[in-house]
Design a protein around this ligand. Sequence first.
Ligand SMILES: [Zn+2]
Length: 158
Amino acid sequence: MPFQFNVGDHSSPVANYSSFNSSQYSKLKWARNKLFRMVKNNPSCNAHFRTLPNGRSLSSMIGDSSIWVNYGSMIAPLHGEIHVPTGEIAIGDRAFNMGRWMVLATIIHEFAHHNGAPITGGNTLAEEAVYHCGLGTAQEYYDGVDDPRTPYDPNVGG
Ligand SMILES: [Zn+2]
C-alpha cells in the first residue's frame, strides 16, 4: 500500500497536524500519481535517495503505508515539515498556494528528510532530491541561482 494522506482517517500524534480538505486532496492525488511515474522513469531519483543516510530508495518509501502526510496549518512560512521523532510529514498552505508542482516538490523534499537528509540549516541534501527527481534545471543546480519557473530552489538549506 502506498504512503498515505490524512483525509480524516488518521489521528496524527503531532499537535496541529490535521486532515486535508477536498481541494487540497485533489492536488495531492495528482502529485502522488506523478511521483509514481517519475520514480519509475527517472533512475537518478532513486539513485539520490539511496545515497541519503537511511539508504532507502524513493520507490520503497512511496510504497510504505506507514508514512503519513498531514495538513500543517501552523507551519508557515515553511512549505512542508517533518516531525523527526515520529516521521510524520506535514504540507502547508504556502505549497498549496504555489500549485501542485510545489506540492509534489515538497513531498519529495520531506521524504528525503524521512530518509535521513539533515534538517540543519545549510545542508542541501533534501532539496537536491527535488532536482534529482527532475524538478529543476542543471543550470540552477550548478550555478546555484534559482529559476522561479521550477519548484527546485538551490538556495534552500535544511
Ligand atoms: Zn527541509
